[in-house]
Design a protein around this ligand. Sequence first.
Ligand SMILES: C[S@@+](CC[C@H](N)C(=O)[O-])C[C@H]1O[C@@H](n2cnc3c(N)ncnc32)[C@H](O)[C@@H]1O
Length: 293
Amino acid sequence: MMNNIPTFVKWAGGKKQLLSQFEPYFPMEINRYFEPFVGGGAVAFYIIKQYSPQEVNLSDSNEELVNAYNIIKDDVDSLIGVLGEYKKRHSREFYYKIRALRPNALSRLERAARFIYLNKTCYNGLYRVNAKGQFNVPMGSYKHPAILNEHELKEISRLLQNTSVETKQFYEIEDKAKRGDFVYFDPPYYPISKTSSFTAYTKETFLDQEQERLAKLYTELDRKGVNVMLSNSDSDFIKNLYSGYHINFVLASRMISCDAKGRGKLKELVVTNYLPAHQLQISAYPAPDSSNK
Ligand SMILES: C[S@@+](CC[C@H](N)C(=O)[O-])C[C@H]1O[C@@H](n2cnc3c(N)ncnc32)[C@H](O)[C@@H]1O
């Protein structure tokens, strides 16, 4: 099940590899789902497949990414057509020509195709823009970049049919989520060392102030009776912000230095405001009362 979760972009902080470790921390039932830092969508697609929520609200502040979701949802066949064309024409020259195009001057379909094409062919699937908001990642050195995966795009299109995907700041969900809803937050991680800092998904940065604002929102949603789960790095700053909640750990394989040897297992946090299902089951059986013996 975890292996057949489709994705259409390589995205920093993607959660596909962590889904099996996340499973015990999801609530038992999910009726209305919110994911305001949806990124590559691995968790969203998993939740849709596994829990079939009645309502799914996905959002992200990256407008290009959100536009791509909506084109996949509404016009996947045309998108497949354009990406097929890009795949044939792919070359160094073509990459820089497409990169130089300004999204605002393109149709929504062309914007989505450009975004996916650049993601699949650029260096490390990185998304980085300059101060003017222009994508500036150089071309990667892939022999056969996976520019078009028709099967995955069609499956994602099917999964998105009853879903809303919007460009939003994370805090805009505050008034939307109600008692009993489930919200999963996967913000840009708090840096655990100066060199590991990677928060430049969009023009904006995500620093201490944003993490604090997110923790406030978490508390506010908790107060309303919303089920809330959050991932972040295993840092004292974050543990302090969420010290009143259930702090659980998962082990992620992440690039922790620039060379491949730096790949290692890193502890990451999963914070829930409810007792995860497996712990609930354990505490449902009271400890044997030795006084009866
Ligand atoms: C860690 S990634 C999410 C990874 C995702 N769960 C996945 O599996 O690929 C964080 C996302 O937050 C988005 N983001 C950054 N700042 C934001 C903000 N202020 N409001 C909403 N989204 C934001 C970024 O565009 C990025 O897609």
